[in-house]
Design a protein. Structure first.
Length: 183
């Protein structure tokens, strides 16, 4: 498994990208409710309800999976799996910027940063499913598909465990200005 991660550049690069996105998901699970409580005055329970937009984004993306699989069956090359990933890599930063430009300002209605969770979730699902399928298709022909997925999972889980560790510091800085005053 570690050989796959460190000796196969494609596994390392794609695993790092998935791990980063997975870490950002876990970071958002902490920072979104924190922002809603401190900036918008929501109660802790209500502040977590805005995370339902992630679930809606996943539900909206799932009907697209059969179309992506149909495209793969028409052109059965592992690289065909990456078309959805390429589109998602454009959508992912747009969703991040959308949330960051609307969330900290109470004058902007709560629905606008909440709606940013839908394309965010759709992009993360597209990247995760596309890269996982790509690694399986690419390495399963030589019998190493499970090792590639295991290497990716170890790195992804490590990032998911580490990103929330600095969320509290990032969140307190986010909720205050650079000079320490409230934004």
């Amino acid at each position: 498994m570690s050989e796959m991660l460190f000796l196969e550049p494609i596994v390392l690069c794609l695993s790092l990208y998935i791990a980063f996105i997975y870490g950002v998901i876990f970071l958002f699970l902490l920072i979104i409710p924190l922002t809603n409580v401190n900036k918008r005055g929501f109660s802790p329970l209500v502040s977590n309800l805005t995370l339902l937009s992630f679930s809606i984004g996943v539900i909206v993306y799932l009907p697209l999976v059969p179309f992506i699989n149909r495209l793969y069956r028409a052109h059965p090359h592992p690289e065909t799996r990456m078309y959805a990933v390429m589109a998602a890599t454009c959508i992912f930063p747009i969703a991040l910027f959308w949330w960051a430009w609307t969330a900290p300002f109470p004058s902007i209605p709560w629905i606008f940063p909440t709606l940013a969770g839908m394309p965010f979730a759709m992009a993360t699902m597209a990247v995760w499913l596309g890269v996982t399928d790509y690694l399986v298709d690419l390495y399963d022909k030589v019998g190493w598909g499970a090792s590639a997925i295991a290497a990716s999972t170890v790195l992804r889980s490590s990032f998911a465990g580490c990103f929330p560790l600095f969320a509290n510091g990032l969140g307190s800085r986010w909720l205050r200005g650079a000079d320490g005053s409230d934004v």
